[in-house]
Design a protein around this ligand. Structure first.
Ligand SMILES: Nc1ncnc2c1ncn2[C@@H]1O[C@H](COP(=O)(O)OP(=O)(O)O)[C@@H](O)[C@H]1O
Ligand SMILES: [Mg+2]
Ligand SMILES: [Zn+2]
Length: 483
């Protein structure tokens, strides 16, 4: 018999140690080590491992008859955008997200759509009883879809059952943390179990050609084994995100062997389930506080799609020795850089101010093109000068304070014009790129100094006159919302 191998496994990243320690050296988390029996995880029982002669197998040529379509579109365009065009045969996809964000809802809808289209789609819930899953399906109006449903947690039972009959096109396992396999002794939910169960399911997917979606909960306290260990094993990792208080949900690919990782899918949570949002800009701009200082609309690009979103800044005097810098939805080091450039080149003193920056709607921006919009929002808040409500901003700021061009100028402008914006503040060099048929007034800025001066001048003018002249510059669709 194999000697039982006890070791301490980090429940966050899966690193193993032979003695307990407070901090995991691999991922840096504290108090995540738990004692686990890893006998079966790292080695097979000696009886199986005995020096058996290898089985011979047939070698194939590169060319060959491929089976029917390797990709299966889900019927939800926003989901397909993120996966790269549908579920790949024999692939395994991990969908992670906070509890309650809507993972089970999304996957119930997906399996139902596929089942209605005549594909064999299986939904295995390890968390909910059949009755609960049925209740959800009923609420979503999907109870009639011929999905094959089970409430099971044994991986061996699941694999045996699904090996019979035609190969399922899609199998949802909700969630991987509830699964367990006989091959290891650890309790369900531990890293060793999660890893071994995922391994067995991945093996089944590759062998049978079924696409499998594993659901994984993300917990910040590290109590339940994080799906982090599974991330390296699967073909794609999608993260389902959203602000608890808001209805938007954003699906993002964190890793994708078969497609892009920069596309986002946008959904809205409704009583009837997740509704696809084909024009995210409209959603992100639907709750604008028009005419308030400190807000600027950024014309961004997410993957292949232009997305307009509001950046909100608050700059407030502080008596603290070290002023606060807090940012939600954007890179904090990018904010530090913009603040440093404002201070060094534009004479904007912010060292005595707390600075907060927020991207509205729970979106996370990765583009440096947001620099100009962030700077505009910051200066607007500092000088208490509202920016024109019909303007969008984009451009990268260099350390020398020059506003640099960014990609896809015309796509950004087209989206802004479509949503009723009247002008764009953009890099000098971008103006030549689009010519005169942009559909908006182009306000090119060569350096950040120019922008700061313009905003400051608006602040002085605004304090002298009233805000009435501003109303005339507001596009019709925003005017009615102004109080
Ligand atoms: N009766 C209901 N009516 C409307 N929305 C509901 C109802 N029950 C649950 N929801 C929504 O569904 C969400 C839970 O979705 P679910 O798919 O179970 O999340 P997850 O699987 O990610 O934990 C809730 O946060 C809520 O927004
Ligand atoms: Mg769920
Ligand atoms: Zn760790």
């Amino acid at each position: 018999m194999a000697k039982s191998a006890l070791s301490f496994v980090c429940q966050n990243c899966g690193a193993a140690y032979n003695r307990w320690q407070g901090k995991c050296e691999s991922c840096g988390e504290w108090n995540t080590l738990a004692e686990e029996d890893t006998t079966g995880a790292t080695s097979m029982p000696v009886s199986v491992r005995s020096r058996r002669k290898g089985r011979t197998f047939a070698l194939e040529s590169l060319a060959g008859k491929s089976q029917d379509a390797p990709r299966l579109p889900s019927g939800m365009a926003e989901l397909d955008r993120v996966t790269g065009g549908g579920f790949v045969r024999g692939s395994v996809l991990l969908v992670g997200g906070d509890p309650g964000i809507g993972k089970s809802t999304l996957l119930t809808q997906t399996t139902s759509l596929l089942a209605r289209a005549g594909h064999r789609a299986v939904y295995i819930s390890g968390e909910e009883a059949i009755a609960q899953v049925r209740l959800r399906a009923e609420r979503l109006g999907l109870a009639d879809a011929p999905v094959q449903l089970a409430s099971e947690t044994s991986v061996e039972d699941i694999v045996s059952t699904l090996s019979e009959g035609s190969v399922p096109r899609l199998i949802v396992i909700d969630s991987i943390q509830t699964m367990w396999t006989d091959t290891v002794e650890s309790a369900p939910g531990t890293v060793t179990q999660v890893r071994a169960s995922a391994q067995a399911l991945i093996r089944f997917a590759k062998k049978s050609g079924a696409a499998i979606i594993l659901v994984g909960h993300v917990t910040k306290d590290g109590q339940i084994a994080g799906p982090r260990v599974v991330e390296h094993m699967v073909d794609a990792v999608l993260s389902f995100e959203g602000e608890g208080s808001q209805q938007f949900r954003i699906l993002r690919a964190v890793k994708n062997r078969f497609g892009p990782t920069d596309e986002i899918g946008v959904f809205e949570m409704t009583g009837l389930g997740l509704r696809e949002v084909t024009n995210p800009s409209e959603l992100f701009l639907s709750e604008r506080d028009l005419g308030t200082p400190g807000t600027a609309v950024f014309a961004g690009i997410e993957g292949t799609r232009p997305v307009l979103v509001e950046l909100q800044a608050l700059v407030a005097a502080t008596s603290l020795g070290t002023p606060r810098r807090a940012v939600v939805g954007w890179d904090p080091s990018r904010l530090s850089m913009v603040l440093a450039v404002l201070e060094a080149h534009c004479g904007v003193k912010l060292s005595g101010h707390d600075v907060y920056l927020n991207v509205a709607g729970g979106l996370r921006i990765h583009e440096p093109a947001a620099d100009l919009a962030a700077a505009a929002a910051l200066v607007s808040s500092l000088t208490n000068a509202p920016l024109p409500t019909d303007a969008v901003y984009f451009g990268e700021i260099s350390l020398s304070g020059v506003v640099r061009p960014v990609a896809q100028t015309s796509a950004r402008l087209k989206e802004a014009a479509k949503l009723g914006f009247g002008r764009a503040v953009l890099p000098e060099s971008a103006r030549g790129e689009v010519g005169s048929d942009a559909g908006l007034t182009l306000n090119a800025v060569g350096g950040l100094t120019t922008l700061v001066a313009e905003i400051a001048a608006r602040g002085l003018k605004g304090n002298r006159e009233s805000a009435t002249s501003e109303k005339n510059a507001t596009p019709a669709r925003f005017r009615r919302q102004e109080g």
